[in-house]
Design a protein around this ligand. Structure first.
Ligand code: NAD
Ligand code: TDX
Length: 343
């Protein structure tokens, strides 16, 4: 089986490639990534020299490029991680989000129809449902909840979800969608809450909490997300949406205090800053569908996951330094050139 994984140089995509290649030796993986600021080839060191792995630099929204790729290669399935993923950046400007997240998904879907009804999995987010109030702890989003995204990022992901489902209805394309909560783990770009706070705490800098810090996110260890995608890819039903989560709800202030305690740093480093515009209050997912229909369950709790995550960042300070200094961009170039010379 040959799998096209888009956005595989990013946080979750790179974890997914490493995870699935460890588990399924028969799989051939082509990783396609544009290498935006969020793309880091060092995250793929573990598989880089594996004969069943290949990296292709390219843009999912470039239809000429995607057409040529699908003309040359025969894919059995596509897993689409490629996206602009940071809410704060989408508030500054939404155009890159529309291009990569909506147009890019459309280009991939067209290619899947044109080149033989190829199985397509869209990696989506709980943010497409909008938010829940902090008071109603009994509420959680299920797959049939209405889509009410709040940010340009989540709107673009909701657009991509609707487009994906329309290809099932219109073209009978075998699509599935997973909607997952906030991921944490190794190789996450330090613009997102957990790795950003780790970097700040390690440098004894102030940790900027938006608003009152009481917003709640539904967290999942990244490898549990990867196992859910594997489960859906192999056992999911075409045309279906599956929520993915570990029912780990934590307020931002709790997450930040956990990091400070684990790193032995003072809570005085916490600084309350201006709130994010349109800041979603609470996410919570009802994940009974994937658990009952596909038998999937998460395996990592919050404390164990945070322990593994913090250990990983402490053991990989050079990775963090390369990202924060911008050195990773030159490293990407070096890895691409080395591979080109070997061909
Ligand atoms: P990320 O920003 O770390 O990685 C995204 C990757 O996509 C990068 O390598 C980037 O270079 C690549 N990319 C962006 N635009 C591209 C384009 N036009 N063509 C090809 N490659 C492109 O993101 P992430 O956190 O790994 O998220 C991956 C996916 O999972 C996204 O679709 C995101 O919406 C979704 N998701 C993320 C989370 C989370 O907590 N991080 C939760 C649920 C869903
Ligand atoms: O400096 C910060 N201070 C702060 O208080 C940052 C970066 C974030 N926050 C808050 C905002 C959110 O309530 O922490 C929470 C988490 O923020 P992010 O890490 O930016 O994640 P979020 O906005 O929840 O979105 C994430 O989860 C769903 C991912 O970025 C998305 O790609 C995914 O779809």
């Amino acid at each position: 089986m040959k799998l096209l994984v888009t956005g595989g140089a990013g946080f979750i995509g790179s974890n997914f490639i490493k995870y699935i290649m460890r588990r399924r030796g028969d799989l051939e993986i082509v990783c396609l990534d544009k290498l935006t600021y969020a793309g880091d080839l060092a995250s793929l060191y573990e598989v880089w020299d594996n004969s069943k792995f290949r990296f292709v630099k390219g843009d999912i929204a470039d239809s000429g490029f995607i057409d040529a790729l699908f003309e040359k290669e025969t894919f059995d399935a596509v897993v689409n991680f490629a996206a602009e993923s940071h809410v704060d950046r989408s508030i500054e400007s939404s155009l890159d989000f529309l291009r990569s997240n909506v147009l890019g998904t459309g280009v991939l879907l067209d290619a899947c129809v044109k080149y033989g009804n190829i199985r397509f999995h869209q990696v989506s987010t709980d943010e497409v449902y909008g938010d829940l109030s902090l008071e109603r702890k009994d509420l959680a989003f299920c797959e049939t909840s209405p889509l009410r995204p709040s940010s340009p990022y989540s709107s673009s992901k909701a657009g991509a979800d609707l487009l994906t489902l329309s290809y099932y209805r219109t073209h009978c394309l075998p699509v599935t969608i997973s909607r997952c909560g906030n991921n944490f783990g190794a190789n996450q770009f330090p613009e997102k809450l957990i790795p950003l706070m780790i970097v700040k705490a390690l440098n004894n800098e102030n940790l900027p909490l938006y608003g009152n810090g009481l917003n709640v996110r539904d967290w999942i260890y990244v490898e549990d997300h990867c196992s859910a995608i594997e489960t859906i890819l192999y056992g999911g039903r075409a045309g279906e949406v599956y929520n993915v989560g570990a029912n780990i709800e934590r307020s931002n202030i709790d997450v930040v205090k956990t990091i400070l305690t684990m790193l032995g740093r003072d809570e005085k480093l916490i600084t309350y800053v201006k709130d994010r515009k349109g800041h979603d209050l609470r996410y919570a997912l009802d994940t009974s569908k994937i658990r009952s229909k596909l038998g999937w369950t998460p395996t990592v709790g919050f404390e164990d996951g945070m322990d593994m995550t913090l250990r990983w960042y402490l053991d990989n300070v050079s990775w963090l330094n390369d990202i924060t200094s911008g050195e990773y961009v030159e490293n990407n170039e070096r890895m691409l050139q080395k591979t080109a010379r070997l061909k």
